[in-house]
Design a protein around this ligand. Structure first.
Ligand code: PFF
Length: 449
């Protein structure tokens, strides 16, 4: 075990790193396509409710557990309670990190490919959908770009998390915000703006199915990097003086903001160019090239945009890899370098079936006609993360003592915290809400009908 645990250089550095984990493909790629599939505004409302009554409390719980234990997830539960069972929550998180990163990296690869396209040929009108389809159909390209994305992550995690990333995040995350804003304004000036805004922000609850509710909950976990110990791990590097309550609020608000902006960037385009909102994972890649093809200076704007999205994807992916790597460092005494190379390679290999889901192995479906990529995404986000979150909530609400929790939350005298509200939420509302959604949406509980 390392004697000195690495720490974030400042509160801003920490918030940016945690926001960097949260803000990623989940906000910019996944949120719009899920909203498109599950009823627009109704999905967005279900997502926001999940973020506030489940997301914030679980995030605070993860920071408390991580900071008080000073360990990565498996070790954290063991340090805090002498029990055979609680560390299993850490193991579940580890498995979830493996699964998510394996397919996340495939999509990360798509972004890298689009950076290269922006440089080499730029974008032409009317070709976005066909180009993306051709790209997906090539097994070797899918594996190649997935490998490149994973390799970049391995190189960054080798250096340790705080050093370079903190510095770059301060510049690049705000830059992403600015470019998102420019693109959003550009989209809001197209003919489909009214319809796009209505679709995204005007809820029609008759559109919200059980599956949609579960997706919204799962997406809240996915997008905030919760339920698998990523934030717990970041909390373990957190200076004792930093206010957990305000940091969590800031991270959540920032995260929601990026997602809504991405939605307002994509949906006007969807309606302007008659794209099906239900197009699935390709939605992002078949709408935006149209924008860059038509915009003055579109090739440069497109390049800048894909570079910044790649950065956001990488800051999220390294937090996934860090969960896995820090376990092997803390628990098995592996060197960082060894853990990073070996595990990064294993995750790359595990991701290959996802990369082949759109071509060579597209016929291989298990449940509900979904390909491997969709299956893994559904398993991880709709089940593994919320179940992990449920146990984290129960641990923080029922197992840890007031003294242990107050020592973390009320640490900074005279500053804002909301321990009492948080405690009621994490003890009662969050676990009950999680349980109901999990049982109801999976059909195990049908008394709502
Ligand atoms: N929150 C990230 C995103 O929205 O892209 C994805 C993610 C990162 C999920 C880390 C889970 C995690 F632990």
């Amino acid at each position: 075990m390392a004697l000195h645990r690495e720490q974030w250089a400042s509160k801003l550095g920490f918030v940016l790193a945690a926001a960097g984990s949260a803000i990623g493909l989940g906000n910019i790629w996944r949120f719009p396509y899920k909203a498109g599939q599950y009823g627009g505004g109704a999905f967005v409302v279900a997502y926001i409710v999940s973020v506030f009554i489940i997301g914030i409390p679980v995030m605070i719980a993860e920071f408390i557990i991580g900071r008080s234990a000073q360990k990565s997830p498996v070790g954290a539960f063991r340090v805090l309670r002498d029990s055979k069972y609680w560390p299993l929550v850490g193991w579940l998180g580890l498995a979830t990190g493996f699964v998510i990163l394996s397919y996340y990296s495939v999509v990360g690869g798509w972004i890298i490919k689009y950076i290269v396209v922006s440089i080499t040929s730029g974008f032409q009108t009317g070709t976005a959908s066909a180009n993306f389809t051709t790209f997906l159909a090539s097994p070797w390209q899918q594996v190649l770009w997935h490998a490149i994305f994973m390799f970049i992550n391995i190189l960054i995690v080798r250096g340790g998390i705080s050093s370079g990333i903190e510095k770059w995040s301060k510049v690049l995350m705000p830059a992403l915000l600015i470019i998102l804003m420019i693109l959003m304004i550009n989209s809001l000036m197209t003919a489909g703006a009214g319809e796009g805004i209505r679709f995204l922000l005007k809820p029609d609850f008759s559109q919200l199915t059980r599956a949609g509710m579960l997706e919204a909950l799962g997406h809240a976990f996915f997008s905030l990097s919760l339920g698998m110990g990523a934030m717990l791990t970041y909390g373990s590097y957190l200076d004792k003086n930093i206010n957990i309550s305000t940091s969590s609020l800031e991270i959540v608000i920032l995260n929601t903001f990026y997602a809504i902006m991405a939605g307002l960037m994509i949906f006007p385009i969807v309606f302007t160019y008659n794209v099906n909102p239900n197009a699935g994972p390709g939605l992002f890649f078949i709408t935006l090239p149209e924008v860059f093809a038509r915009m003055p200076g579109g090739q440069v704007v497109g390049l800048a945009f894909f570079l910044l999205v790649a950065f956001a994807a990488i800051t999220s992916a390294i937090s996934l890899l860090e969960v896995v790597v820090s376990f092997f460092i803390d628990e098995l005494n592996w060197s960082r370098k060894k853990a990073d190379y070996i595990l990064g390679t294993v995750i790359f290999l595990v991701g290959i079936p996802s990369a082949l889901s759109f071509n060579a192995w597209s016929g291989f479906t298990l449940f509900g006609g979904k390909n491997i990529f969709d299956q893994l995404d559904m398993l991880a986000t709709n089940f593994m993360l919320p179940i992990g979150g449920l146990f984290i909530a129960v641990f923080a609400g029922w197992i840890l003592t007031h003294g242990e929790k107050e020592a973390e939350i009320k640490r900074v005298e005279n500053t804002f915290h909301f321990y009492d509200i948080w405690h009621v939420l994490i003890k009662y509302l969050t676990p009950v809400a999680l349980l109901i959604v999990l049982l109801y949406t999976t059909g195990l509980l049908s008394f709502f009908e």
